[in-house]
Design a protein around this ligand. Structure first.
Ligand SMILES: NC(=O)C1=CN([C@@H]2O[C@H](COP(=O)(O)OP(=O)(O)OC[C@H]3O[C@@H](n4cnc5c(N)ncnc54)[C@H](O)[C@@H]3O)[C@@H](O)[C@H]2O)[C@@H](O)CC1
Ligand SMILES: Nc1ncnc2c1ncn2[C@@H]1O[C@H](COP(=O)(O)OP(=O)(O)O)[C@@H](O)[C@H]1O
Length: 285
């Protein structure tokens, strides 16, 4: 296995450069539209969490195009969400889906999104479709999911082995799959096929609660949608955006936690405060 080159820890001063602050000339389309194919009959809540997080991250519009039951919950919580089909600048696919239980319409929708060549975040139940992507991709697995992803390309490794050497396996995955990898954990590792290696170590163990990964997907989806043109010009931008999403997620967790437990939905609601502090250069971050 390739020995990883130097890893750099991602800091607020770097993340600031990846917050897209709207200007006088902007409208909701120019800021970026994120399309989500997330959630399922079994996990409709994941759709709500991803949409909630994306809306709090500063995006022009969120189009939620997943299953009807999940769409009903999304709209009940967030009437800002658009559920009509239309153009998007980036996709978030797979949170709250189970690849083994996917129905034909969902598979067709995912295939169609992946064929558009847009910057795409692939999570959870769409991780088996990485090979079908035609645009720049960032994947967001935890260790067990990464073991499954690597198994599909003939690399046998357990979740435990990945947890013991997360950086090395993130790099191996980025090189084998030619995608940017955000490997979740107590320290998050971001590796790109071009050799970028970033760690984000600002999380709190209170994040180990159901749904926080779905929130991370929403934050990253929004950042990718608001930098779609830049990513298409330079796929290397995905690594900086992935690290920025993870940093925002960790800082929001600390803020909402204040040393105690919190819910994933409350975490999503806190994201906008961290984005504001990054955008305004709050030195206390
Ligand atoms: N509110 C929601 O709708 C939520 C949806 N989620 C979605 O749920 C799907 C599955 O994600 P996961 O990462 O949980 O699943 P994984 O499929 O990665 O792992 C589940 C595995 O964990 C093990 N496991 C289950 N319960 C356990 C227990 N009590 N103790 C020890 N091991 C146990 C089992 O071996 C099982 O195979 C994803 O699509 C994800 O997005 C989760 O994010 C949680 C919240
Ligand atoms: N012990 C921990 N310390 C810090 N962060 C953690 C810890 N456990 C999990 N996390 C973070 O919480 C999130 C959990 O995501 P994930 O495993 O996908 O959960 P879910 O599927 O329930 O949404 C990830 O961002 C991960 O980095």
């Amino acid at each position: 296995m390739m020995i990883p080159a130097e890893w750099g820890d991602w800091a607020p001063a770097q993340a600031r450069d990846w917050i897209a602050v709207p200007g006088a000339h902007d409208d909701k389309y120019s800021r970026g539209v994120l399309g989500l194919l997330t959630g399922s009959a079994d996990y409709p809540g994941a759709a709500v969490l991803g949409v909630e997080a994306a809306l709090h991250s500063g995006v022009g519009m969120v189009r939620y195009l997943g299953p009807q039951r999940a769409a009903d919950f999304v709209l009940a919580r967030r009437p800002e969400t658009v559920t009509a089909i239309g153009r998007v600048q980036a996709w978030l696919l797979g949170s709250g889906m189970d690849a083994a239980a996917r129905d034909a319409p969902t598979s067709a929708s995912l295939a169609s999104a992946l064929a558009e060549g847009l910057p795409t975040v692939i999570d959870a139940g769409a991780l088996d479709l990485i090979g079908a992507a035609t645009g720049p991709v960032v994947i967001t697995p935890h260790a067990r999911e990464l073991a499954g992803v690597l198994g599909r390309v003939g690399i046998t490794v357990s979740a435990e082995q990945i947890a013991e050497a997360p950086g090395e396996w993130a790099v191996r995955a980025a090189e084998s799959l030619a995608v940017t990898v955000l490997l979740k954990g107590s320290v998050t590792h971001v590796a790109s096929p071009l050799g970028v290696r970033l760690t984000v170590a600002r999380a709190t163990p209170w994040l180990a609660t159901a749904g926080t990964g779905d929130v991370l997907g929403g934050v990253l989806g929004a950042l990718v949608a608001t930098h779609s043109d830049r990513i298409r010009a330079d796929a290397g931008a995905l690594a900086s955006l992935a690290a920025t999403a993870s940093l925002i997620h960790g800082l929001a967790a600390h803020r909402v936690s204040a040393g105690g437990p919190f819910t994933a939905l409350d975490l999503a609601g806190t994201v906008s405060q961290v984005v504001r502090d990054l955008a305004t250069g709050n030195p206390e971050l």
